[in-house]
Design a protein around this ligand. Sequence first.
Ligand code: CA
Length: 237
Amino acid sequence: MLYAFAMTPTPTQHVLLVEDEAGIADAVLYALRSEGFDASHCRLGGDALARLAEGSIDLVVLDVGLPDRSGFEVCRELRRSSDVPVIFLTARGGEIDRVVGLELGADDYVVKPFSPRELIARIRARLRRRSVQYVDAEGWKRIGAFEHDSAGHRIRYHGQALALTRYEYGLLSVLLARPGAIHTRAQLMDAVWSDAGDSADRTVDAHVKTLRAKLRAIDPGADPLRTHRGVGYSLDT
Ligand code: CA
């Protein structure tokens, strides 16, 4: 006799942890597995790259200080062939580390010491953002509360068209391409303003301010444009 099961199991997501401190690694692996993730662990950056080359990893948690090479080198190498989400583990006060990590293509960072629960919340948020994008028949890509027609350079928020200047559009479309990922001011400048001058930071900040006002005019209760002090901006969708 055959039994049919109506419930389709959610595919298990596989997180690779790259961390040389045994205490931290044990706590994170335990938390990941008890939350239903598959989890693998490497102590060395070289081993992590070899494991990633085998595929089937959905997200990487990457310590900056590894015994054989820095987490930055691992991320730089990884980004040549993969857009798998990366969350860095950085030392307290290492603001430069955070900026460097993000500019190498990381999506987020968690500052040590951290609680495994906080890290898992960040992991879930990254994986969820990755899975909620689809494109309709007219070419509008739905990203949470936003819809983006990249061919027509148009963005809607809660179904309403946003009247955006060229730079506001540029800024929002770059943030929408990687929802939730933190972008540094330098990354936004490079992506949106090719002729960056001395007042680079203020230019980004000024446009974020006007963009934020336009989003608030549609939904006063939400503030999807998040400021990461001293680092940059991200967009919640
Ligand atoms: Ca370390």
